[in-house]
Design a protein around this ligand. Structure first.
Ligand code: GLU
Length: 477
């Protein structure tokens, strides 16, 4: 097996949303697929102090943990290349910057922003692209750390293979002198991620499409540092559902942890993220984490942007809820129940859960879908009005039906089988269709828009409750 050292290297600039987490997931899958030869590293890239948002690091860690993405080396875990927080690695970047100065591949940038603006304007007037390398100072000052340090590039064409995008190439125009270390002493992303990936022995760099235009610059710097680039894999953008714009906050690019609060399962989210731009070549849509570990491969990640379809996530979540054992579902459901349900206790909650499990799309559906098992519903005639056939029956038709149902159901045993027999008997004696009779009984005992199979519902409610509720409904007529 080949050694895989992959990393996720977020900047602490806010919460984690789907795009970022998908990158982490793919990197992690790659490392875990390599078994004991795989290492997944969490490195925090905090050298842009202006964009930093307090609390993001904890948020990033919690998001990854929620999804089950554990890292082997990282800021809290340490590891052979610690520290993993870039702001604690400044001396390392200084040393590497010095190497570039010594080999004549970096220079102190002496220009003020006004001077640079003048160069830019001139290029514009002369209708040619502005390039820093056209303005290299003849005698640059000695770098004292207060001026930006700029890379002295070596413009040339590049051809490279991206593990997702395939063969790529650019001409020398894509290469320019870029800043390695800023005037504030912090290195740029362009510089320090390359240093860190080299030191940390990273074999696979997975990152979003926004970095692809910079890759020629990176390749030029790898050359100057005499470092062999790792495998580069560019993940296409995640777009809004219309496919026209990059996913924004309004289209679902929210904090990934919010999905957990809204009753989404992490395994459904992982399934969803993995299939945002990847499939295994079959029609399969539902993947467990184990199946992803078995089947994921970079060469099946699509090149074109993926669309974020929140309805699909909802559907997948329902599917993954069904895959849970009752005990597991119960444990995960704990924070979603109503007070009454909690008071009813574990056995009762499990009984109800078993009944409604297949109808849950999120765990947050639990209180609305189950409340009539834990508290007495109030008759709500507008629900009858929503059913044309019941409206056609009128009160005169409904009342005797409910009365007959009450008699039959007070004589029935309360196993699902016995109840089904009783209900079938009622169909015969009343001459009604199930669509009418069962809808009516369902409403009269639950006053809920949906419920699981009627016989199962009645069995879980129990005789006393069913008869009481039928009475209340009859009286309300
Ligand atoms: N710090 C970069 C970001 O958060 C990471 C890019 C990379 O993975 O190299 O966008």
């Amino acid at each position: 097996m080949t050694i895989v050292r992959s990393r996720f290297a977020p900047s602490p600039t806010g919460y984690m949303h789907v795009g970022g987490v998908r990158t982490a997931l793919f990197s992690w899958l790659l490392a875990r697929q390599a078994g004991t030869d795989g290492t997944f590293i969490l490195r925090i890239e905090d050298t842009d102090k202006v964009r930093e948002v307090e609390g993001s690091i904890v948020q990033i860690e919690n998001s990854l943990r929620w999804l089950g993405i554990e890292w082997d080396e990282g800021i809290d875990k340490g590891g052979p290349d610690a520290p993993y927080l870039q702001s604690e690695r400044l001396t390392i970047y200084k040393e590497w910057a010095q190497k570039l100065i010594d080999s004549g591949r970096a220079y102190a940038d002496p220009y003020t922003s006004e001077e640079v603006e003048a160069f830019r304007q001139l290029a514009k007037d002369e209708k040619r692209p502005f390039l820093y390398r056209d303005h290299r100072p003849e005698n640059p000052p000695v770098w004292d750390g207060t001026q930006p340090l700029r890379f002295k590039s070596d413009p040339k064409p590049y051809k490279w293979t991206d593990a997702v995008m395939g063969e790529l190439s650019t001409g020398p125009d894509a290469i320019d002198d870029f800043i390695l270390v800023k005037g504030d002493g912090y290195p740029t992303y362009n510089f320090c991620h390359i240093v860190d990936d080299a030191i940390m022995g990273i074999t696979h760099v997975l990152r979003s499409q926004e970095f692809i235009a910079s890759t020629p610059k990176f390749l030029n710097l790898y050359d100057a540092l005499e470092v062999t680039p790792p495998t580069l894999a560019t993940l296409p953008y995640v777009m809004a559902i219309d496919g026209k714009k990059k996913l924004g906050k309004r289209d679902g690019a929210k904090d990934i942890l919010e999905y957990g609060n809204e009753g989404y399962l992490p395994e459904a989210m992982a399934n969803f993220l993995a299939t945002l731009g990847w499939n295994d070549g079959t029609e399969q849509e539902i993947f467990t984490i184990d199946e992803l570990l078995e089947k994921f491969s970079l060469d099946r990640v699509q090149k074109s942007p993926a669309r974020f379809d929140e309805q699909r996530l909802l559907w997948l979540n329902g599917q993954h809820i069904r895959l849970l054992s009752l005990d597991d579902l119960y444990i995960r459901s704990l924070s979603f129940w109503s007070k009454n349900a909690l008071e009813a206790g574990e056995a009762r909650q499990k009984q109800v859960l078993e009944l409604v499990k297949d109808r849950l799309k999120t765990l947050a559906d639990i209180p609305t879908i189950t409340d009539y098992f834990f508290e007495e519903p109030t008759p709500n005639w507008s629900m009858i009005e929503g059913n044309k056939q019941l409206v056609a029956l009128g009160k005169e038709g409904i009342l005797p039906l409910l009365q007959q149902a009450k008699v039959a159901l007070s004589e029935s045993d309360y196993t699902p089988e016995a109840l089904q027999e009783t209900l079938n008997g009622l169909l015969e004696t009343t001459g009604q269709k199930p669509g009418i009779l069962f809808s009516l009984i369902r409403l009269a005992v639950s006053w809920a828009p949906f419920s699981p199979a009627l016989n199962d519902t009645l069995a879980v409610l129990g005789k006393e409750t069913v008869i009481n509720r039928l009475e209340v409904s009859i009286n309300a007529l």
